[in-house]
Design a protein around this ligand. Structure first.
Ligand SMILES: Cc1ncc(COP(=O)(O)O)c(C=O)c1O
Length: 401
């Protein structure tokens, strides 16, 4: 890769010197972005095909989102929930209406919302299902990714996420992803919930067999177990429907959304469920200083307005299907499999993906590898046909070279 001006080198050196190195970023220093495109310190433009791990679904600095945020910034940004604010009620109502849930509990990051969903499910297990105190169990999937808090990495099956961070919280049981028989076998009277990603993103864009979520939901209903769908990455249009569960007509008991609910401007996440479930919380049970703050709520409301657009969802489904088909048609000796749905695409390679990411960056396409050999392609949902065509040309050039 062509490196780089002195200011770029200095910026990287400063970050490396003072920052804890929890990521291994490509050495591109982004200074600005607009729509699907970003620009680095040296003025080179790139098509963003990571979208901040799906947090920038509407592109960078979307004018409606910037306008909503700017207006709210000038009014009030944080009250804490010790008091009420004008934006939160409307945000809650619009969120519940958009996703057809009775109640919602806003949080900030995805991991925080997952933790909240786990607490919700345990509370429900004790107060409604009648599980004996401190015995509730939550079933999770092999190769799951739900964030990086200690409870969440405690039930990860990825050694690198866990190593050095124990001891972990008990009460989780792991089953293979995509296998309903294993799920059924794992149920017990103490099972509170089954936590699942409709498509496993960080695991390398793993799409479960058709019907998996529907069958899992039926089993959960039979066994009085809550199905928690982690839609933090798959939700909000990423796969061509509002939630990825919609592809199977599955209405989870609890849905967790985040990432692009904040439009890439601000961390906003939420747990949504019935009032039978979320209505169990009483003042003092749970909290977060920034939860439901007016700035996040105003941005969330603007995001929901952008999402209320059937043409956008249809375009994601259509563009995604075309990209998937064209990628599958490539004559590349290093492509093992192309997986995905909508604009959530993973290309499994027979070689390390990192050098390809670097070559793509050189060509003006920003992608990131996951799990060593998977090249992830998840551009903003607003990707137009021209940009999609250009992207395909660049991907083909690098993959077929
Ligand atoms: C499915 C899923 N759940 C949870 C998270 C964690 O979200 P956050 O990084 O905002 O804590 C992620 C992040 O990639 C995710 O993909």
């Amino acid at each position: 890769m062509s490196i780089c001006s002195r200011q770029t080198a200095r910026s990287i050196a400063t970050e490396e010197r003072y920052g804890a190195r929890i990521y291994a970023p490509l050495d591109i220093v982004i200074e600005r972005g607009h729509g699907c495109w970003v620009e680095d310190l040296d003025g080179k433009r790139y098509l963003d095909c990571l979208s901040a791990y799906s947090a920038v679904n509407f592109g960078h600095s979307h004018p409606d989102l910037v306008a909503a945020a700017t207006a709210q910034l000038a009014r009030i940004t944080l009250t804490s929930r010790a008091f009420r604010n004008t934006e939160l009620p409307a945000f809650l109502e619009e969120l519940c209406t958009a996703f057809d849930f009775e109640m919602a509990l806003p949080m900030n990051t995805g991991a925080e919302a997952v933790e909240t969903a786990l607490k919700t499910a345990r509370k429900w297990a004790y107060e409604v299902k009648g599980v004996p105190p401190d015995e509730a169990e939550i079933i999770v999937c092999r190769n799951n990714f739900h964030g990086r808090t200690i409870a969440v990495v405690g039930f990860s099956t990825e050694a690198a996420y866990r190593r050095g961070f124990g001891p972990f919280a008990p009460g989780f049981r792991v089953v293979p992803y995509g296998n309903v028989d294993a799920l059924e076998d794992a149920f017990s009277e103490r099972t509170a919930a089954f936590l699942v990603e409709p498509i496993q993103g960080e695991a390398g864009v793993i799409v479960p067999p058709a019907g998996y979520l529907r069958q899992a939901l039926a089993l959960c209903r039979e066994a009085q177990v809550l199905l928690i769908a982690d839609e933090i990455q798959t939700g909000l249009g990423r796969t061509g429907t509002l939630l990825a569960c919609d592809h199977e007509g599955v209405e989870p008991d609890i849905a967790v959304v985040g990432k692009s609910l904040g439009g890439g401007l601000y961390p906003v996440s939420a747990v949504m469920a019935s009032s039978e479930v979320l209505g169990l919380f009483r003042p003092g049970d749970h909290g977060s200083t920034f939860s439901g703050n007016p700035l996040g709520a105003a941005i969330g409301r603007a995001v929901l307005r952008l999402l209320d657009d059937d043409a956008l969802l249809a375009s994601v489904a259509g563009t995604g299907a075309r990209l998937l088909a064209e990628l599958r048609d490539l004559e590349s000796p290093i492509v093992r499999e192309v997986r995905g749905r909508g604009l959530m695409i993973g290309i499994e390679l027979s070689v390390p993906a990192r050098p390809l990411c670097e070559r793509l960056a050189h060509a003006g396409v920003l992608c990131k590898e996951t799990h060593g050999t998977v090249l992830r392609v998840s551009p903003p949902l607003i990707l137009d046909e021209e940009a999609a065509g250009w992207l395909m040309t660049e991907l083909a050039a690098v993959l077929e070279a």
